[in-house]
Design a protein around this ligand. Structure first.
Ligand code: PEP
Ligand code: MG
Length: 584
């Protein structure tokens, strides 16, 4: 029961994975790793120091391999995260540079490692795509592990915890998270981390509530404190009163009932009350994630962010390597569609093996299609692999960050050349596949009518469309309060694109985060978006929301929405009209 001497306290963080848990806190302490002193090493001892670092890195790798071997079957699909960390522990960026720093600056291994990691962090800081920025988290986790081996701090073994508790940690690496025993750990909260972090991804797969990015939870919460974790809203309550406990027990029961009910029906199509079917597809970053799309009842892959296959390696993947990886997705999903988006990468620092000049404003730089058109060799390898794999299933091709018709013409020209060379090579491939573009730059919205003449479908990328049209960096915490898909300017742009699509007879899909939030569904349905794609975990609740709505009423509702001039007014309108339905 609650502690009468302590007062109730609330903390707000980032909602990592939904659900509610109530229980005793268990603090996971990792002190010692951050406190590193600098000292100089004499010339004679430099090789010993390098060997000491090499041994620590090897131990870190061995530990990770042991964790991979012990990973339970249902988390195997995420072993790639740990495998990437094993590779990072030997990667030039971390391993090579630390050795170089010890040598050049004659400093101790701990200091050299700390310096290298802090440079890497700076390098990744300005990257717009959250999942790319999150790569730095992997590097930090690996370096923490090497550091623990260097300074001799023992790793907390989460698998040894034998009580039913809620973990409270400064940070949990994917390795830690994958060792969580579901029958013991009710949920977890961390000071560090964001929604797109790998730890967050695994938490969603585990299906336990988590709140991330709380900043100072480990300073405030002590082991055995009673806490409530609301992973749906990102709220933590410490020392809850008896009334609060009762209230959350009820919410927890209701949520669990709801989740069980929607998961039972996730395989069925999403059809509105008046008989309109809206396909709900999943977004993936790596082939392994199709398991989650299938488990959650996805009607296909609406966005395959292929750039992930280019990370965690030392060179560009070859056409054959890409073909093999795409094949894993396309064959399993067939006859359902798989939308292969060509490389969306910023073009410089994100790939360690690419030596393009630095850009002061990378979000507006040589990103995505711009990079590909400048590097036809890389682009064509991807196009070739895509056309070849298209012969094995239902494949659509999509170009990201299109801002002009010229870019589409040029991309299609490369595609034609690739078709010709495949013909000459006599390889099996499919021509005339569906070609689409992401609508995520304002100029593409304005030129949508002209673009609709030369492509087969649009997919609206609201994550970037909001960033570029409202001038709000999608990764900047300072302006996060302004970043809202229900901004009337965004809704008007969506309406324009959908109207153009309807008039020109091409499909308009949405694969930005906006599509995965049930709160937005009445508007998206009312606008007439033809297909939604989202993170796989959101599929059941979005399908469920669609089933509870009437498409005709939503169309009339959108007419009212379009009269609103502020985000708040739009949100109030949705809450007034659909609040009850959406909270069920
Ligand atoms: C988007 O911008 O909305 C999108 C889906 O693409 P990404 O998040 O990969 O930039
Ligand atoms: Mg985008």
């Amino acid at each position: 029961m609650s502690n009468p001497d302590a007062t109730e306290k609330k903390l707000i963080g980032i909602n990592g994975s939904p659900g509610i848990c109530i229980g005793k806190a268990y603090l996971v302490d990792k002190e010692g790793v951050d406190l590193v002193e600098k000292y100089y090493i004499t010339k004679d001892n430099l090789q010993n120091e390098i060997n000491r670092f090499k041994a620590a890195a090897k131990n870190a790798r061995d530990e990770l391999v042991a964790i991979i071997d012990d990973t339970p079957e249902d988390l195997r699909q995420h072993a790639y995260i740990l495998e990437a960390q094993v590779a990072l522990a030997k990667d030039k960026m971390l391993y090579g540079r630390t050795i170089e720093t010890i040598e050049k600056e004659s400093v101790n291994a701990e200091w050299a490692l700390k310096k290298v990691v802090s440079n890497v962090k700076k390098m990744f800081r300005d990257i717009p795509a959250p999942y790319l920025r999150e790569r730095v988290t992997d590097i930090v986790h690996v370096s923490d592990r090497i550091m623990r081996n260097l300074v001799g701090v023992k790793d907390v073994n989460i698998a040894d915890i034998d009580k039913r508790v809620i973990l409270v940690a400064h940070d949990l690496s994917p390795a830690d998270t994958s060792r969580i025993q579901l029958e013991r750990i009710k949920g977890f909260i961390t000071d560090r981390g964001g929604k797109a972090s790998h730890t967050g991804i695994i938490a969603q797969t585990l299906g336990i509530p988590s709140v991330l990015g709380l900043e100072n939870a480990t300073d405030i919460i002590k082991t055995d404190d009673i806490i409530i974790v609301d992973g749906t809203t990102g709220l933590i309550i410490i020392h809850p009163t008896d009334e609060t406990l009762v209230e959350y027990e009820e919410q927890k029961t209701a949520y669990e009932k709801y989740k069980a009910a929607i998961n039972r029906r996730s395989d069925l199509p999403a059809i509105t009350k008046d008989g309109f079917r809206l396909p709900v597809l999943g977004n993936i970053e790596l082939p392994e994630e199709i398991v989650s799309v299938i488990d959650h009842g996805g009607d296909g892959i609406g966005l395959f962010r292929t750039e992930f296959l280019y990370l965690s390696r030392n060179n560009f993947p070859s056409e054959n390597e890409l073909f093999d990886r795409y094949k894993d997705v396309v064959e399993v999903m067939a006859p359902k569609p798989v939308t292969i988006r060509t490389l969306d990468i910023k073009g410089d620092k994100t790939l360690p093996y690419l030596s393009d000049p630095d850009e002061t404003n990378p979000a507006l730089g040589l990103r995505a299609i711009r990079f590909c058109l400048k590097r036809p060799d890389i682009f064509k390898a991807q196009l070739k692999a895509t056309l070849r794999v298209a012969a094995l299933g239902n494949v659509r091709l999509m170009f990201p960050m299109i801002s002009s018709c010229e870019e589409i013409h040029e991309a299609k020209k490369h595609l034609k050349e690739v078709e010709n060379s495949l013909k000459k090579e006599g390889v099996l491939f499919k021509s005339n596949i569906q070609i689409g573009i992401m609508i995520e730059v304002p100029s593409a919205v304005i030129m949508a009518d002209a673009m609709a003449e030369i492509v087969d479908f649009f997919s609206i990328g609201t994550n970037d469309l909001i960033q570029y049209s409202l001038a709000i960096d999608r990764g900047n915490k300072q302006v996060a309060h302004l970043y809202n898909p229900l901004n009337p300017a965004v809704i008007r742009m969506l309406k324009h694109v959908v109207d153009v699509g309807r008039k020109k007879g091409i499909k308009v899909c949405m694969c930005g985060e906006m599509a995965g939030d049930p709160f937005n569904i009445p508007i998206l349905l009312g606008l007439g978006i033809n297909e939604l794609s989202m993170n796989p975990q959101s599929i059941p609740s979005v399908k469920n929301t669609i089933r509870a709505l009437d498409a005709k009423t939503c169309r009339l509702f959108v007419k009212e929405v379009l009269k609103m001039t502020t985000t708040e007014a739009v949100m109030n309108l949705v809450t007034d009209k659909y609040g009850d339905l959406l909270s069920k």
